[in-house]
Design a protein around this ligand. Structure first.
Ligand code: KIV
Length: 294
């Protein structure tokens, strides 16, 4: 049986939401029309609601949550259960954007069967409509996932799960040899069936060349304006950390100092007895309390 339009609450609202949803086909069509794709990371319900409402095309529940949500110093310790927990929260906040779950370290490298099982968890348990994998060694696994109905986004250049191989975060593809390898890997992944490719921290001319060479969209982070779209870590663009902005990011807000002031004001109001004020409190007929204090 094919369910064409299963009702969800108000069925015309549900149908409209589905009609507006960003799909991988829409993203590919955007590249065809030369329209830039705007992507961002999110890890929680509230942020997801805000970026979705603002009109973002796709949301990556990135394993960067290891650093910005969980306080690790890399993405390596992040588990499948961490990712599923946060992807569920994001999916609950999204009506339109394409939600992509980032497969964490070792969740897709041990065996293709395990990779498939883990990718299915993102879609069945967490509401993601695609997954992302790092590197080109996974091309055969990508083929199996796509054949099984799981849209896959690739990720080349600086792939943070390999930080212990790279040694440190540094620009990738600066030599002719490494540039040629990244281009080869990009073509291999496109042939394996990815619907889009993240290019992280690679020189602008190389990213532009790859973007022209591929028919799927490239999404850059530190890869210049020649990519078909851009992705940023939400904490970087909101300026949560007053002391650090990566070179590839632009602060669209300065939340760190704003939040710091708000917390300090709250603490001092509580300490001085200014909060809660009358308008934050609930009155009652005090005669009802007579005699209760003894
Ligand atoms: O985990 C992440 O946030 C990412 C993006 C930086 C592409 O992989």
């Amino acid at each position: 049986m094919t369910i064409i339009d299963a009702p969800s609450g108000n069925s015309s609202e549900g149908a409209q939401a589905r009609a507006e949803r960003v799909t991988i086909t829409k993203l590919k069509a955007m590249k065809g029309r030369g329209e830039k794709i705007a992507m961002i990371t999110a890890y929680d319900y509230y942020t997801a609601r805000l970026v979705d409402g603002a009109g973002i095309d796709a949301i990556l529940v990135g394993d960067s949550l290891g650093q910005v949500m969980l306080g690790y110093d890399s993405t390596v310790p992040v588990t499948m259960d961490d990712m599923i927990h946060h992807t569920k929260a994001v999916s609950r906040g999204v009506r339109r954007a394409l939600v992509i779950g980032d497969m964490p370290f070792m969740s897709y490298s041990l065996s293709p069967d395990e990779a498939l099982r883990n990718a299915a968890r993102f879609m069945q348990e967490a509401g993601a409509r695609a997954v992302k994998l790092e590197g080109a060694a996974v091309a055969p696994t990508v083929e199996r996932m796509v054949a099984a109905g799981i849209p896959v986004m690739g990720h080349l250049g600086l792939t943070p799960q390999s930080i212990n191989v790279f040694g440190r975060h540094k620009i990738q593809g600066k030599t002719r040899e490494s540039a040629a390898r990244i281009l080869r890997d990009a073509i291999l992944l496109e042939e394996a069936g990815i619907f889009a490719l993240v290019l992280e921290t690679v020189p602008t001319p190389l990213a532009a060349l790859i973007s022209n060479r591929l028919s799927i969209p490239t999404i850059g982070i530190g890869a210049g304006a020649g990519c078909d779209g851009q992705i940023q870590v939400v904490h970087d663009v909101l300026g949560w950390d007053p002391n650090y902005t990566p070179k590839h990011a632009h602060k669209y807000a300065n939340l760190g100092p704003i939040l710091d002031n708000a917390f300090k004001e709250y603490i001092s109001d509580v300490q001085a007895g200014r909060f809660p004020a009358q308008e934050n409190s609930f009155p009652m007929d005090e005669t009802l309390l007579e005699g209760l204090e003894t």
